[in-house]
Design a protein around this ligand. Structure first.
Ligand SMILES: [Fe+2]
Length: 97
C-alpha cells in the first residue's frame, strides 16, 4: 500500500494507521505527502513520529509540502535513505514484482 497523506493536520501516523485499518492492508510500501510536523511541534514530537515510522517500517518516506525541515533532517539521520524529499515535478514510479 502507498499512503498519500495530503497535509497531515490530524497527524501523519494517525493517517497511516487509518489507511491500514480502512484497507485491511498492513504492509505499507510508502508514505508520501506533507507530514505537517512543524512548529510549535518540537523534537520530542518529531522523535516520537520517527519511532512510530520505524515500527510501521515503510520502505519509503517521501516528504514534501509542509513536512518541516527539522523532521526531514532528524528522520533522514535516523532512518537513512528511505527518507526522500519531494517537490513539484518529482516523479515517483512504483512497480510490482
Ligand atoms: Fe500541513
Amino acid at each position: 500500500m502507498v499512503v498519500l497523506t495530503s497535509c497531515s493536520h490530524r497527524g501523519v501516523i494517525n493517517t497511516v494507521r487509518q489507511a491500514v485499518a480502512a484497507s485491511g492492508v498492513d504492509k505499507v510500501l510508502a508514505v508520501i505527502g506533507g507530514f505537517h510536523v512543524v512548529p510549535p511541534l518540537g523534537d520530542d514530537y518529531i522523535n516520537k513520529t520517527i519511532e512510530e515510522f520505524r515500527a510501521i517500517d515503510p520502505k519509503y518516506l517521501i516528504v514534501g509540502h509542509c513536512t518541516g525541515d527539522r523532521f526531514y533532517d532528524l528522520a533522514r539521520a535516523a532512518l537513512g535513505d528511505k527518507v526522500i524529499h519531494s517537490a513539484v515535478g518529482t516523479r515517483l514510479v512504483f512497480g510490482a514484482n
